[in-house]
Ligand binder design. Structure first.
Ligand code: 5AD
Ligand code: SF4
Length: 470
């Protein structure tokens, strides 16, 4: 136990109690002679994908098998995203449709969790207008899912675990992973940045890091069981370790993971330009097991808007970071997030984003139109630019980036890369370069799971084609 840590950890006895409840749920079904099935639907980011793997892990310990759809399932879990309004509307739509699946299978128990469950407006709406939802729990309560499930099964009452908390770190949850080659490993939870447009700090709580021993043990286990590609997850991985009180930062953690013996690659996301710096880039450059891939969201190219977003860096600092990173890692694949139409953004400010994109030439970009999130500071700002205008800006942004992505991909043609063959797509194999670019190629399915040398023979805006050369 680390006595210096500044953020809470769920006590081991409480975790074990939850696992004990899993056994009780399994016995409940066993005594009825039924093998129950569950369906887990995931919205949003990789953090949610990772959380869903834990929900499935818990359900599996509770004796559940898994279905590909809600129809007929005994348990349905909707693991939701709150980042943009559109994501929430989709969830409400799909949640509404579950009244029908439940009517056809009245024993069905429906749960809603994830980021939407962290908002009072959402839970109030579920209480009032979605009576077929049996349980709601925010991300802070994920580790208590066995207890929530048990209460719903045995009392038939609706259960809400949505208390507003700073959050704790829960260790020892079972995981049922989707893939056998690529794995997510959460290294920290929450966010302290409070970018003015973003709901995440409100729904995922304060930054808290897992102890390095726990992370290293998980990574060692993954490598030992054949995983080749490990992505470390956190809302802002660069502030890893600040709450540990042990003189350990994210670059130190990376260095330690890279020392695990075996043939595998480490990636990570997301980095914040305010906290990323030379130490991280030097560590990446020095370690062959750390993929030369960096997701460094810039959000926009105007200093005034960056300030209004509370991003704590300016355009010059961002460009300097990119310059340094590329100097140390000439082969670096760089991606970013951009928001178009932040409240009060002018056309001239938007054009500064375009000019930054032309200057940096990202390999790929995740682009979003600003979506007001109730409760965030930006949602209160005047927002005079029309949706149509923002759509036009958005199209200009995409057109610019698509041209760059296409040119960048064309430069791969004729060159050789080491790739991880990671799956199949119809008759073809799929593979990923170290930088995470998708390559399609013909070959024996037995190659899945291997690192191989390929020559790139063709390219589009989105992907590459190649042939094996070894
Ligand atoms: N509107 C639009 N995009 C947003 N993002 C976060 N909040 C919002 C919002 N309110 C984007 C940011 C972030 C990514 C995960 O989602 O670009 O980096
Ligand atoms: Fe949201 Fe900013 Fe935190 Fe990212 S760093 S999760 S954009 S508040």
């Amino acid at each position: 136990m680390n006595e210096n840590r500044k953020t809470p950890v769920v006590p081991r006895e409480q975790m074990e109690e939850q696992l004990g409840i899993c056994a009780r749920v399994a016995a409940y079904w066993h005594s009825r002679g039924v093998t129950p099935v569950a369906y887990v639907e995931t919205y949003g980011c990789q953090q949610n994908e990772a959380d869903s793997e834990r929900i499935r892990g818990l359900l599996s310990q509770c004796g559940y098998g898994f279905a590909q759809e809600a129809e007929g399932a005994d348990v349905v879990v909707m693991n939701t995203c709150a980042i943009r309004e559109h994501a929430e509307q989709r969830v409400f739509g799909n949640l509404g449709a579950l009244t029908h699946t439940k009517r056809r299978h009245p024993g069905q128990k429906i749960f809603l969790c994830g980021c939407m469950a962290g908002q009072t407006v959402v839970t109030d709406r579920i209480k009032k207008s979605y009576p077929h939802v049996d349980g709601v729990f925010s991300t802070h309560h994920l580790w208590q899912f066995p207890e929530i499930l048990w209460r719903v099964l045995t009392t038939g009452k609706r259960v809400f675990y949505v208390a507003d908390e700073a959050g704790a770190v829960a260790e020892g949850l079972p995981v049922l992973r989707d893939d056998s080659l690529k794995a997510w490993v959460s290294i920290m939870y929450g966010c302290n940045n409070f970018c003015t447009y973003c709901i995440v700090p409100y729904v995922r709580g304060r930054e808290r890091s897992r102890e390095p021993e726990e992370i290293l043990a998980e990574c060692r286990e993954l490598v030992a069981s054949g995983y080749k590609d490990i992505t470390l997850l956190g809302q802002n991985v660069n502030s890893y370790g600040k709450d540990l009180g042990r003189n350990m930062d994210f670059a130190d953690l990376l260095e330690q993971i890279a020392r695990i013996p075996g043939d595998f690659l480490i990636r990570f996301m997301t980095s914040h330009p305010r906290d990323a710096g030379p130490k991280l880039f030097d560590t990446m450059a020095r370690n062959p097991k750390i993929a030369k891939q960096l997701h460094l969201p810039v959000q926009c190219g105007s200093d005034r808007v960056l300030k209004a977003m509370n991003r704590h860096y300016d355009r010059a600092r961002y460009l300097e970071l990119v310059r340094y990173a590329r100097e140390k890692m000439p082969e670096l694949v760089l991606t970013s997030d951009v928001i178009v139409g932040f409240p009060g953004e002018t056309e001239a400010e938007f054009e500064e984003t375009l000019s930054l994109i032309s200057e940096v030439r990202f390999d790929a970009l995740f682009t979003f139109i600003y979506s007001p999130r109730p409760g965030t500071p930006a949602a209160k700002l005047p927002d005079p630019v029309s949706r149509e205008e923002k759509n036009r800006w958005f199209d200009r942004l995409c057109a610019l980036q698509n041209g760059i992505s296409e040119e960048k991909h064309r430069a791969y043609v004729g060159r050789r890369y080491r790739v991880l063959v990671d799956g199949t797509e119809g008759e073809l194999l799929t593979a990923r370069t170290e930088g995470g670019r998708l390559v399609r190629l013909a070959g024996d399915k037995a190659l899945v799971g291997q690192f191989r040398e390929v020559e790139i023979t063709g390219s589009t805006t989105w992907s590459l084609t190649g042939v094996f050369v070894d």
